[in-house]
Design a protein around this ligand. Structure first.
Ligand code: CA
Length: 213
């Protein structure tokens, strides 16, 4: 085999390999996911979704006490015309967790019903490259933030230290309430601010206009 033929062969192998890894474009279909983790995307990376799309993805946990968290890696739809809708349930009558459009990655979204339904809707003109998101099924919301900030006990997070919230992702006393600067102190998971200071972490002072912009 001459060097040119060999190079051609290698090139072909690589492009075929890529094609095999790429998911097929969604086309008015519903895909059902029952694994504990997966990737949801409207189609191959770098290719646009189609006009007049209506694509559905249903994620089903193996019981209704589980949590499903969706984490976007990329997002690109025609702003205010093409949308990704996320529902906490297995139908469009379930509570809507969010509707997203444009080019900003949405924050993580968690469904608590044991199912999550995702819809990509596009109108009849102008398309972009769509979205890619990973989901994971956990016994507790957000896996108690990777289990480093809390423990999952019977589908409920028991938070550690001054972490709080359903998924232990929130600091109860952010910046320790500025205790070392005399701005405030932490009491039972809330900042108690010194006179003149206010805000969640007692970072605002009535004489300082910078926090009021
Ligand atoms: Ca469009």
């Amino acid at each position: 085999m001459g060097p040119h033929i060999f190079l051609l062969f290698v090139g072909l192998t690589i492009s075929l390999g890529d094609a095999a890894l790429q998911p097929a474009p969604c086309d008015k279909s519903r895909k059902v996911f029952t694994e504990g983790w997966g990737v949801i995307t409207d189609g191959p990376f770098g290719s646009n979704y189609t006009q007049d799309s209506h694509c559905e993805w249903l994620i089903k946990a193996n019981n209704t006490h589980k949590y499903i968290t969706l984490s976007f890696q990329s997002m690109g739809t025609e702003c205010s015309y093409d949308y990704v809708f996320v529902y906490d349930g297995d139908s469009f009558s379930a509570p809507l967790l969010g509707s997203f459009s444009g080019k900003t990655d949405p924050q993580n979204i968690t469904a608590s019903s044991g199912s999550m339904l995702i819809l990509l809707y596009s109108d009849t003109n102008y398309v972009l490259d769509g979205f890619r998101a990973e989901y994971s099924v956990t016994s507790c919301p957000g896996n108690c933030t990777h289990q480093s900030q809390g423990m999952c006990v019977v589908n409920t997070c028991v938070c550690e230290g001054d972490w709080g919230g359903k998924d232990c992702a929130r600091r109860l006393c952010p910046e320790d309430c500025g205790a070392t600067l005399g701005r405030g102190s932490c009491h039972l998971g809330h900042c108690r601010c010194s006179p003149g200071y206010s805000g969640q972490s007692c970072s605002l002072h009535r004489m300082d206009p910078s926090g009021n912009r």
